[in-house]
Write a protein that binds this ligand. Structure first.
Ligand code: ADP
Ligand code: MG
Length: 699
């Protein structure tokens, strides 16, 4: 087997600190570090030096082009390649890359969604270098991570608000840390480790399914005789072809400095997961985009296709993304680590409270941050967390909070009163905190795991909400504590009050249980089942106030995102409906009608041999199929009518609701008949590979 040296290849395609240190003059290197840590803009002289060094390095590595790599609102990344060549006398070229080209670009981006932010006369947005995320080389192209804005400065992408939200939590986190007497800390960042789920199917089988090709999920498909009932896939042996893919993926990711760590099989057949080591939220978001891109590219190399859709197969577990999240200081303190001393404990409790309050106050925004047509199939389907947002803390930690809330003694034999800042917290075992897989938002010992994210979406949106909402809790705490005469007493009271006000969001029970839906309603928690249910909250006054106060979104930017979310929801359903109609009319109806005809012909042929021949199978089945065929034809006509009605609606919210209530319902009823026909039709006639063919296609 070919041997690879992991430490040698790790980050070899990245213009990282060690490359910069060796290639930049000392003062320029220092300037870059400052701009990375403090977000200060690089002056143009320094930018020229950096650009030159970057270009030389990239050319040595075989790069011929550069691109401003950005994340428009489509949810995927975009790039437009420019070569380094510049003409000189004698019909020759030289390789050039200026400081200006590094810092700012002008992609022709008029066709990216802007939610009405850009009038067509000023269609061009611009991209701006994000020096906090390293440049890297991919397919001989030097990629420069950038933010994408309109000329008015409005964010048109997923990176800009994430960077702004990190500034917000840094500002408020620093205020709170100062109060605890932390003098060495100069910044607070959030850290994220996103676990990514995906499916792998054989390419040849995939290509025979128009639904997968056009929409990323199966729109038809009868249940296979074997699904995930046996639980024999989870953590099972990895098939050789998949193992080869995972190995290649790890290597490519390592080259790009992505710390791919764990690869294993997931619950459903053909489902797998990759988890990286956590890093700064902004970089984690970039890396997750790269991971998804490489997964799709490399799968092809092994004649497979990687499905990132949240629900590729009905009746089989879908794919999500677990967003492990915490806060860390530049001195390396994890602020969600309980610590050992009363002082560390008190600080931990306050940051814990900040998250609890944030999740309670902004349940709606967290739900929106994971909303999409694809993810609607998962949330609440008893395989992923419910659409109700709640927090799992584990019994031990909840017990501690309860003791503080009620000024009651805590613990076993030697019960103690817990005075924040004075007493050491009783130990609570870490590993018991991670067992409740049904919770959407679980404390796992030293971080929170937000489990509602869909597998195909950027992690940016969820982290923007988390960062900003927690910044808001911290802002309120700093306001109170900065005025306090007795810090410790004020802190204790504050923590107790936060627990009192927000404990309704804490739920340690089974999130899949029907009783929880009632209980949550009783507690006044939101249960926003679908995308059209939650999107209106985007623009409610409380949320506009949050995001404008922390300078993360302007009211106009929020309205634009509201429009984009609704319109992409409608588009997805529209394409799915049209694909279903196409498949029904072009393939399924002709196939089943052909099969019925062959049955009728077989019956006739038998009868021509003898009048007493038993043709009950042929005629019985042909009759049943003919009846269902007529039914299918009728339901296709209703779906078609519904789509036409949907298209005519002009209000985006009304349209989204119509797609959900009418178009989607028609799709489901069409599918039901088609799936029944699939179970009756001979494999020879059925036009598509079955669920069994797909799920067990990779041998
Ligand atoms: P599992 O959830 O499979 O039990 P872990 O809990 O060890 O595994 O880690 C899951 C993910 O959480 C990994 O990506 C890991 O890097 C990430 N993680 C661990 N600590 C932190 C942290 N402080 N901040 C953000 N992510 C973290
Ligand atoms: Mg996990």
């Amino acid at each position: 087997m070919e041997k690879i040296n992991v430490t040698e290849i790790f980050g070899c395609d990245v213009f990282n600190d060690s490359v910069m240190r060796s290639r930049l003059p000392k003062d320029v290197f220092k300037q870059v570090q400052r701009s990375m840590n403090e977000g200060k803009r690089l002056d143009s002289a320094a930018a020229t030096v950096v650009a030159n060094a970057m270009k030389d390095w990239a050319i040595e590595k075989g790069a011929t082009h550069f691109t401003h790599w950005f994340q428009p609102m489509t949810g995927i990344t975009a790039e437009k390649h420019d070569s380094f060549i510049s003409p000189v006398d004698g019909g020759k070229v030289i390789m050039e890359f200026s400081g200006k080209e590094l810092i700012q670009g002008e992609p022709d981006a008029s066709s990216f969604p802007s939610g009405g932010l850009r009038a067509t006369f000023e269609a061009r947005g611009y991209t701006a270098w994000d020096p906090t995320s390293y440049a890297f080389i991919k397919d001989n192209v030097l990629c420069i991570p950038t933010a994408f804005c309109s000329y008015g400065g409005e964010a048109l992408d997923k990176k800009t608000p994430l960077l702004r939200s990190m500034e917000a939590i840094n500002r408020q986190g620093m205020r709170v840390l100062k109060l605890f007497g932390n003098t060495e800390v100069t910044s607070v960042k959030t850290t994220v480790g996103p676990e990514q789920e995906y499916f792998l199917v054989d390419k040849n089988v995939y290509e025979k399914r128009k639904d997968l090709v056009y929409t990323g999920r199966t729109l038809f498909g009868a249940k296979p005789p074997k699904g995930q009932e046996l639980d024999d896939h989870y953590f099972g042996t990895i098939k050789p072809r998949v193992a080869a893919f995972m190995k290649a993926l790890d290597q490519e990711l390592w080259r790009l400095g992505v710390m791919a760590k764990t690869e294993h099989n997931e619950a459903a057949p053909a489902q797998h997961e990759l988890a990286p080591v956590f890093t700064t939220a902004n970089i984690a978001a970039d890396h997750n985009q790269l991971t998804m891109e490489l997964m799709q590219k490399l799968a092809r190399r092994f004649d497979m296709v990687c499905l990132l859709h949240e629900k590729p197969f009905a009746g089989v577990n879908g794919s999500g993304k677990h967003n492990n999240w915490s806060m860390v200081t530049n001195t390396g303190i994890n602020l969600l680590e309980p610590g050992e001393t009363p002082y560390e404990n008190a600080q931990f409790l306050l940051f814990l409270c900040a998250v609890i309050q944030a999740v309670d106050d902004y349940q709606d925004m967290l739900r929106i941050s994971v909303a999409s047509a694809g993810n609607d199939h998962r949330l609440g389907a008893s395989e992923a967390p419910p659409a109700i947002v709640s927090i799992f803390l584990g019994e031990e930690l909840e017990g501690i909070l309860e003791a503080i809330e009620k000024d009651a003694p805590y613990g076993g034999v030697e019960k103690e009163l817990i005075k924040v800042g004075v007493h050491v917290l009783p130990k609570f075992p870490k590993d018991t905190t991670d067992r409740n897989r049904t919770s959407p938002f679980a404390f796992t010992g030293n971080k929170f795991e937000f489990r509602m994210l869909g597998s195909s979406a950027s992690i940016s949106g969820a982290n923007v909400v988390l960062n900003t909402a927690v910044a808001e809790s911290l802002r309120q705490y700093a306001d109170v504590l900065e005025q306090a005469e007795d810090f410790e007493a004020a802190l204790h009271d504050l923590i107790r009050d936060v627990i009192r006000r927000h404990k309704r969001i804490i739920f340690n029970g089974n999130g899949y249980d029907e009783a929880w839906v009632q209980e949550a309603e009783h507690r006044g928690l939101l249960n926003l089942k679908t995308t059209p249910d939650c999107v209106p909250y985007y623009v409610c006054p409380k949320n506009i106030e949050l995001f404008t106060r922390h300078r993360v979104y302007t009211a106009t930017e929020l309205k634009a995102r509201y429009e984009i979310k609704l319109s992409s929801y409608c588009k997805v359903l529209h394409i799915e409906a049209l694909t279903m109609l196409d498949m029904t009319q072009k393939d399924i109806l002709p196939a089943v009608s052909g099969y019925a005809r062959s049955l009728a012909e077989a019956a006739l042929a038998k009868r021509s041999l003898s009048d007493t021949m038993d043709v009950s199978f042929e005629t019985g089945l042909a009759t049943k199929i003919s009846r269902l065929t007529a039914e299918l034809n009728g339901r296709a006509a209703s779906l078609s009518t519904a789509v036409t009605k949907a298209e005519a609606l002009t209000d985006s919210l009304e349209q989204a609701r119509f797609y959900r209530d009418t178009v989607f319902e028609e799709m489901c009823s069409l599918r039901q008949v088609a799936d029944e026909l699939e179970t009756l039709c001979s494999a020879e006639y059925w036009p598509y590979p079955s669920y069994g063919d797909l799920l067990f296609s990779v041998k």
